[in-house]
Design a protein around this ligand. Structure first.
Ligand SMILES: CCC1=C(C)/C(=C/C2=NC(=C\c3[nH]c(/C=C4\NC(=O)[C@H](C)[C@H]4CC)c(C)c3CCC(=O)O)/C(CCC(=O)O)=C2C)NC1=O
Length: 161
């Protein structure tokens, strides 16, 4: 896993250089939004279940997916879906704090699309639910922090698509 600081330092190190202006600007941007990220992470962690629940209500409930024959039908599959969405929210929160998406590649997206395809988990509905999480979370943490978090939820969405 990388974070914004190691990413910038590694790329300077590869070139054998001190941090140049653009590298320093990137770090400054990261430090300047540090408090925003921490505050958002605090709010998300104490409301994660409610965020996921509301996002599911907005995107999946009462659709073909929750009816007999749908992939969320039966309690076991419903619970697996909620659990997956909570993974996406939690790992996006980590990535937002780190300011870097590498943790998503390593721990979430690696092999996920293949798993979903082999189990018949519908990807477009999953992406819709992830987008609903983005909206609900932004409503809770505010537009600026919501945008930071949204970068990583979008990263998962495009990694799945
Ligand atoms: C931390 C990294 C991590 C991820 C991301 C992860 C995902 C993941 N989701 C799974 C299943 C599943 N995922 C879903 C999800 C959904 N079905 C729908 O219709 C909805 C659209 C959607 C929710 C948004 C369902 C229903 C299953 C169970 C499918 C089945 O067994 O038939 C499985 C198969 C094994 C299992 O059932 O636990 C994995 C590995 N596991 C991990 O360890």
């Amino acid at each position: 896993m990388q974070d914004a600081i190691t990413a910038v330092i590694n790329s300077s190190d590869v070139q054998g250089k001190y941090l140049d202006t653009s590298a320093l600007e990137r770090l400054k941007g990261y430090f300047n939004t540090g408090e925003l990220r921490v505050r958002a992470a605090t709010a998300i962690s104490s409301n994660s279940a409610a965020i996921v629940k509301e996002a599911v209500a907005k995107s999946l409930l009462y659709s073909d997916i929750t009816r007999p024959g749908g992939n969320m039908y039966t309690t076991r599959r419903y619970a697996a879906c909620i659990r997956d969405l909570d993974y996406y929210l939690r790992y996006s929160t980590y990535a937002m704090l780190a300011g870097d998406p590498s943790i998503l590649d390593e721990r979430v997206l690696n092999g996920l699309k293949e798993t979903y395809n082999s189990l018949g988990v519908p990807i477009s509905a999953t992406v819709q639910a992830i987008q609903a999480i983005k909206e609900v979370a932004a409503g809770l943490v505010g537009a600026d922090a919501g945008k930071e978090l949204g970068v990583y939820l979008d990263y998962i969405s495009s990694g799945l698509s």
